[in-house]
Structure formats: structure tokens, C-alpha cells
Design a protein around this ligand. Structure first.
Ligand code: FAS
Ligand code: PHB
Length: 389
């Protein structure tokens, strides 16, 4: 087998990269170790930045997004007795969109299978090789159990936090930064009409809570819990009661409904540099992880592959290496900006158990809710800084 770009991983990063390259006449093959059903069912991100929406729309993937996505012009920040609304368009001229990652992936997979480049599910033993040469390859076993070799000009490692690509880059040197937070998120999906027009990020003495959604009839809610908590110890009733407590506001209440999914998500910040080794390039969670508080993970993956697609087109069509040579530094600049913002939102909203911290957090929240300057800084980062800024 031969292609120009061998792509490891069919998450949003790998699938969008394949699409963006195809639109520029560059062929690719996407290798995915899970099944289509598994990939499409993974419940993850929910918020799309404007540049993500613009990129998906320009790539011909915006129809369902514009029909079913919910444009949100702000968020609510809450602490006991106060729920304050940040109006993003008036603060920074941008909004965000609620459209689940599951839906983005379904749209990408459908486009790929409808005449797009090859997408091979349920492969195994995937290993990039020869990445320090101009003719790298990817060894793998296909779904039928046959050993295969994919000869390429370039390999894209979009295989997430647990894939093989980052290790291949790190073998040649590099650095990793990691911070594990002393809390986790318990998340639920519920068939319940959201009791809020826009997301509510609530600080509370008992812990952080987030009211999000997937549609006018599906709510997505999160609770800060200790990382050692087990989901089986959290009945639906206990979850709803905790949400009621932490999001309590005079004259308002959380809408309950059947819980259709619940899980506990650890929280970490992780950055691996460089995002390149020879002809192997990393993008998305393969290179970085951010705590979900800032709704950055999926959007950062989209930003990476937007830069990478431009760089690979320049390399493979114009035979120019300037953009691939600067890709890692340019991508990492945005990665660190988003890592900082995600850390800042997380640190402001999650209880550490220390009362001095609590007073600092409340002071920061009161500042953001009373100062247009402070609110603008949150709004600009949350809605996504312009690519390349
Ligand atoms: P992904 O992990 O999505 O995709 C990588 C793909 O590579 C997967 O399909 C995987 O199966 C495949 N793969 C792995 N190893 C392979 C191998 N050896 N061979 C072939 N394929 C291989 N972000 C937010 O903004 N908000 C959130 O609320 C949020 N919640 C999250 C909850 C969870 C449980 C997780 C894990 C992440 C969450 N994220 C959230 C972050 C998430 O959305 C990621 O940023 C996003 O999936 C990044 O996309 P990719 O880089 O494509 O990585
Ligand atoms: C979600 O809807 O899954 C979501 C929304 C905002 C966040 C994190 C997750 O900050």
C-alpha cells in the first residue's frame, strides 16, 4: 500500500486532516484501531470555537452542524448567590457552538466513507517506521489479520494520548510537561431539557459543577469529584442532589431526567514537545491534553491540523519545507496559550479544600464578573483566539 500521508487515528484530528488534505489534492490513508461504532459513540467534547465551525463549514462539513448545532453567545459564571452572564459578542465579537464531538466525528466519518480517502477500522499492531527518512512507512495488521505496510511520504500521528506516535517522537529526544489535578469530573448525559439557555460554570464550597447540553432535549452535566471516586458509588439520585446543591439559585432549579451515560474523567495538563520527528508530525491529543474546563481539547486539535494541513500541502506540492519546519513551534505557541487558559479556568473554579484558595477563587470570580477587562480576557480565550495569533 502507498499514499502521500499515512494518518494514525480516526478521531477529529486525523479525520479532519485527511479531509483538508483531500480538498487540496493530497491523498492519505487513515488507520484506526477501534470500530466505527466505537469511534462515533465516544462521548467527549461539546463546545466548538468559531474557527472550528468555520473550518468544518469551509471543508463542506457544516450542514448538520448549522441545522442542529446551538450557537451560544455566552456563559454564566456562578458562585453562591450570584449568577453572572458573560456576553461574548459584546466582549469580543465571537460566539461558540454547542455540537457534540460525537456528531463532529459522525459527520467526518460519513464524508470520508462517501468517496473520501481510505479509512481502515479495527487495525492493530500499528507502528510508524523510518520517520527520519523521506520514505517513512507504517506497519500494521488489518482487520482481517493480514500484516500490511503503508509506504508514505509523511506520517501524521493523530492517535490520541495512548497511541504509538508520541513515543516514536520522544525516542529521538524532546520534553514532556505534565500536571495531574487533585480532582476529576463525574459527567452525565440525561434526557432532560436543559434548565438554562447557556452553560453554567458554578463554584461551590462542596465543589465545581457545570451545566452543559447537547440539544434542547439532552443535558450534559458535570460534578467535581475526588479522583478516587468510583462511578458505581454515585446513584443518579446522589448525582442530581449534588447538582441541585452546587447550582442552587433562588427561583431556579436543575431539570432532572433519565441518565443515559455516566463516567468519571481524570483531569490533567500534558504537553509533549517537539510535535515532529523527521517525517512524523503529531497533532491533537497525541501531543497535548488539557483539562476540559476551558472547552479547548477538540478545538486545539482542529487548530493543529489546520496548521499541519497547510504545511504538508506546501511540502508535498511546492517542495518547500518552511511551514513543516516551523509547524511544531507555531502549534506549541497555541498549545501553551490554551494550556494556560484551561489551567486558569480549572484553578478558579475547582475547590482544593484549602480555604485560603477559596477566598482567592472568589476574589477572581468577583473580578471577572465586575470588570469588562477581566471578562474580555476570559471571553477571548474561551471563544478561541484567531489562528496564528
Ligand atoms: P482522539 O483521542 O479523539 O482520537 C485518537 C484516535 O486514535 C482514536 O480514535 C483512537 O482510537 C485512535 N488510536 C489510538 N491508538 C491507536 C493505534 N495504535 N492505532 C490506530 N488508531 C489508534 N475536550 C473538550 O474540549 N471538552 C470536553 O468535555 C472533553 N471531554 C473529554 C472526555 C474524555 C473521556 C476524553 C478522553 C477527552 C475529552 N476531551 C474534551 C478532549 C477530547 O475532546 C480531545 O481533545 C479530542 O478527542 C482530541 O481529538 P484527537 O486528537 O483526534 O484524539
Ligand atoms: C461539554 O458539553 O461536554 C463541555 C462543555 C464545556 C466544557 C467542558 C465540557 O468546558
Amino acid at each position: 500500500m502507498r499514499t502521500q500521508v499515512g494518518i494514525i487515528g480516526a478521531g477529529p484530528a486525523g479525520l479532519l486532516l485527511s479531509r483538508l488534505l483531500a480538498l487540496q489534492g493530497i491523498d492519505s490513508v487513515v488507520l484506526e484501531n477501534r470500530s466505527r461504532d466505537y469511534v462515533e459513540a465516544r462521548v467527549r467534547a461539546g463546545i466548538l470555537e468559531q474557527h472550528t465551525v468555520d473550518t468544518l463549514t469551509a471543508a463542506g462539513l457544516g450542514d448538520r452542524l448549522h441545522r442542529q448545532g446551538l450557537e451560544h453567545s455566552g456563559i454564566h459564571l456562578q458562585y453562591p448567590g450570584t449568577r453572572h452572564t458573560l456576553d461574548f459578542p459584546s466582549l469580543c465579537g465571537r460566539s461558540v457552538w454547542v455540537y457534540g464531538q460525537t456528531e463532529v466525528v459522525k459527520d467526518l466519518v460519513a464524508a470520508q466513507l462517501d468517496g473520501g480517502p481510505p479509512l481502515l477500522f479495527e487495525v492493530s499492531d500499528v507502528q510508524p517506521e523510518g520517520v527520519d527518512t523521506d520514505s517513512p512507512r507504517i506497519r500494521f495488521t488489518d482487520a482481517a489479520g493480514a500484516p500490511q505496510v503503508l509506504e508514505c511520504d509523511v506520517v501524521a500521528g493523530t492517535d490520541g494520548f495512548h497511541g504509538p506516535s508520541r513515543a516514536t517522537v520522544q525516542e529521538a529526544g524532546g520534553r514532556v510537561w505534565e500536571r495531574t489535578y487533585p480532582y476529576a469530573w463525574l459527567g452525565i448525559l440525561a434526557d432532560a431539557t436543559p434548565a438554562t439557555d447557556e452553560l453554567v460554570y458554578a463554584w461551590h464550597p462542596e465543589g465545581f459543577a457545570l451545566y452543559s447540553m447537547r440539544s434542547p432535549s439532552v443535558s450534559r452535566l458535570y460534578l467535581q469529584v475526588d479522583p478516587s471516586e468510583r462511578i458505581e458509588d454515585w446513584s443518579d439520585e446522589r448525582i442530581w442532589d449534588a447538582l441541585d446543591t452546587r447550582m442552587a439559585l433562588e427561583g431556579w432549579s436543575v431539570n432532572r431526567g433519565p441518565v443515559t451515560e455516566k463516567s468519571i474523567l481524570p483531569m490533567r495538563s500534558f504537553v509533549s514537545a517537539p510535535m515532529r520527528r523527521g517525517r512524523l508530525f503529531l497533532a491533537g491529543d497525541a501531543a497535548h491534553i488539557v483539562p476540559p474546563t476551558g472547552a479547548k481539547g477538540l478545538n486545539l486539535a482542529v487548530a493543529d491540523v489546520t496548521l499541519l494541513a497547510q504545511a504538508l500541502v506546501r511540502l508535498l506540492q511546492d517542495k518547500e519545507t518552511d511551514l513543516v519546519d516551523s509547524y511544531s513551534d507555531r502549534a506549541l505557541a497555541r498549545v501553551w496559550r490554551c494550556t494556560h487558559f484551561s489551567w486558569w479556568m480549572t484553578s478558579m473554579l475547582h475547590r482544593s479544600g484549602d480555604d485560603f484558595d477559596a477566598q482567592l477563587q472568589l476574589a477572581q470570580l468577583r473580578r471577572v464578573c465586575s470588570s469588562e477587562t477581566a471578562a474580555r480576557e476570559l471571553a477571548e480565550n474561551y471563544t478561541g483566539l484567531p489562528l496564528g495569533s
